[in-house]
Design a binder for this molecule. Structure first.
Ligand SMILES: [Zn+2]
Length: 456
C-alpha cells in the first residue's frame, strides 16, 4: 500500500505538498506556503499529516515558496533528514526562504520560522543535490530521479520508484511545468512511462496567446511609453519572470525600439540575487542564452539597467529617474517593494502597469487584472488611473494543450495507462483538464482535496 495525501495545492494553486507513505518510509514532495485566499498565514504553519520525527526525506521540485516555503518549518519542528533538489534550486532556496522568514518576522510577533531554521535546512549534511536524469536511492526502498521541468531555473519533475508489497510503482510528480520555447531556459524534459502521474493544472482549460504575440505586445507597450515619456511598472516574480523580462527588454534595445540609455530599474534585492544565481548555474540555460551571456551582448544591451539595493535607493525612485521601466517583486503585488510603487503610481494616468504572471484569487494583482476602479493598499484607498495591461502569454506555466502534450510524452504507448491525479489548479481549471484527459485517454483523473488520502 502506498498512500499519498495532499497538504495543499488541491483545488488551489499554492501550498504544494504531497505526503507519501509506505510501510517502510515517509517522504514529502514539496512543502510550500499558502499565498492569497483565506488565512494564508495560519495555513502556512500547518504540518497537516506530516510528523517531522518520522519523515525520512523531502524532495523539492523547485524553489518557489509555494513549493518550498514550509520546509524550514519541518526543521523548526525537529526534522533532521535531507532535502533532495537540483544544485540550481539550492542556489535559490536560501534567498527565497530567508525572505519568507524576514517578512513574517516583520508582520508577526510569532513568525512561522526563523532565519536559523532556513540555515539549518541548508546545512551541508541535509542537502542532497541531484542533477537532472541522475538517480539517487532514498531510505525505505525509494529511488528518485529529477527531470528538467522548464519552469524556473533548477525546476524539476520528480520520478519516485517506490517499492511496496513486492512491487515497484513508478510515480511521476510534474512539479510546475513551464511552456516550451521560453528564452533562457531549456524546454521541459518529460520522464517516460509512469504508473501514477501527479500533474499540475494551473492553466487547465486555458490557452495562452502565442509567446511571440505576447512579447510583441510587451515591446509595443515599452516602446510607446518611452516615446511618450511615461513610466512602466512590471510587478514580477523575482525568480524567472524578472530575468525573462530583462531578456525581452534587451531584445527591444537591440531592435532599436527602446533607447539604449532608457532607465530600466531592477528594484528587488531578491531578483538581483536570483539573477546572479542564474549566472552561476549555466547548466540551466538554453543554447541562445549561453551565447548572449558568453559574448557580453546582453550586458551591452542592458546598459540602462539600474540596480537599487537599499530601501533608501528604492524610495528615491519615487521622485527621480522617471520616466523609466521598473521591475519589482512580488509578482502577485501582495508584498515587497512593488507595493509602494503601486501605492504611489496607480493613481497616475501616465503610468502603465504590466501584469505578466498568474494572479491567485484574492491578491491585489488579481484585483488589478479584473479591472478594479480603486484598490486598498496599506489601509489607503487608491483610485486606479494607471493603464493596466495583462500579458498572460508570459506565464512560467504550461497551458492546457502544453499540459496534455507533456502527459502524452509521459504515457508509455506500449504500457498500461497511468492513474492521473490533478493538483495545483483552481477547481474549474483542474476539472477542465480532467475532461480533456477523460476524452483523450479514457482515464478518470482523481481530484483530491487537501487532507484526502489516495491509495495505490
Ligand atoms: Zn513555481
Amino acid at each position: 500500500m502506498i498512500r499519498v495525501t495532499p497538504c495543499g495545492a488541491a483545488g488551489e494553486v499554492t501550498g504544494s505538498g504531497l505526503y507519501v507513505e509506505t510501510r517502510s518510509t515517509r517522504l514529502l514532495v514539496d512543502f510550500g506556503i499558502f499565498q492569497g485566499g483565506e488565512q494564508p498565514a495560519r495555513r502556512s504553519r500547518e504540518l497537516g499529516p506530516v510528523d517531522p520525527a518520522t519523515l525520512q526525506t523531502v524532495v523539492l521540485t523547485h524553489a518557489h515558496v509555494d513549493h518550498s516555503g514550509r520546509v524550514p518549518l519541518l526543521y523548526a519542528h525537529g526534522y533532521d533528514g535531507g532535502v533532495v533538489a537540483t544544485p540550481a534550486t539550492f542556489a535559490l532556496t536560501p534567498i527565497l526562504l530567508e525572505d519568507v522568514a524576514r517578512l513574517d518576522a516583520e508582520r508577526s510577533a510569532d513568525p512561522i520560522y526563523r532565519p536559523e531554521d532556513v540555515r539549518r535546512m541548508h546545512q551541508s549534511r541535509h542537502l542532497r543535490p541531484l542533477s537532472w536524469r541522475r538517480t539517487l536511492p532514498l531510505p525505505g526502498g525509494v529511488q528518485v530521479t529529477l527531470h528538467d521541468a522548464g519552469h524556473i531555473m533548477g525546476a524539476s519533475s520528480a520520478v519516485l520508484d517506490v517499492e511496496s508489497d513486492s512491487r515497484v510503482l513508478k510515480m511521476v510528480f510534474s512539479g510546475d511545468l513551464g511552456p516550451p520555447g521560453v528564452p533562457l531556459l531549456r524546454d521541459p524534459d518529460p520522464p517516460r512511462g509512469a504508473d501514477v502521474v501527479f500533474l499540475e493544472s494551473t492553466y487547465g482549460g486555458r490557452s495562452r496567446a502565442p509567446l511571440r504575440d505576447t512579447v510583441e505586445s510587451f515591446k509595443r507597450i515599452v516602446e510607446g511609453a518611452a516615446q511618450a515619456g511615461e513610466t512602466v511598472l512590471v510587478p514580477a516574480f523575482a525568480v524567472g519572470r524578472t530575468q525573462q523580462i530583462l531578456f525581452y527588454l534587451a531584445e527591444a534595445v537591440r531592435e532599436g525600439r527602446l533607447p539604449r540609455d532608457f532607465p530600466i530599474v531592477l528594484d528587488s534585492p531578491m531578483a538581483t540575487e536570483a539573477t546572479e544565481a542564474l549566472l552561476e548555474h549555466p547548466e540551466v540555460l538554453d543554447a541562445e542564452a549561453k551565447r548572449l551571456f558568453g559574448s557580453g551582448q546582453l550586458a551591452r544591451d542592458l546598459a540602462g539597467l539600474v540596480i537599487t539595493r537599499t530601501a533608501a535607493e528604492s524610495k528615491a525612485l519615487n521622485d527621480a529617474r522617471e520616466p523609466c521601466i521598473i521591475l519589482s517583486a512580488s509578482g502577485m503585488c501582495e508584498g515587497g517593494r512593488v507595493v509602494h510603487h503601486l501605492r504611489r503610481r496607480l493613481g497616475r494616468g501616465d503610468v502603465h502597469v504590466v501584469i505578466v504572471g498568474y494572479m491567485a484569487e484574492g491578491t491585489l494583482g488579481r484585483k488589478l487584472v479584473e479591472g478594479a476602479g480603486e484598490v486598498e493598499i496599506e489601509g489607503q484607498l487608491i483610485p486606479v488611473r494607471a493603464r493596466v495591461h495583462e500579458l498572460d502569454g508570459l506565464s512560467a506555466h504550461a497551458d492546457h494543450d502544453e499540459l496534455l502534450a507533456w502527459l502524452e510524452a509521459v504515457i508509455d504507448p506500449s504500457g498500461n495507462l497511468p492513474s492521473v491525479v490533478l493538483n495545483h489548479g483552481e477547481n474549474a481549471a483542474r476539472e477542465a483538464l480532467a475532461a480533456a484527459i477523460r476524452h483523450r485517454w479514457s482515464i478518470e483523473p482523481l481530484l483530491p482535496m487537501q487532507g484526502e488520502s489516495l491509495e495505490f
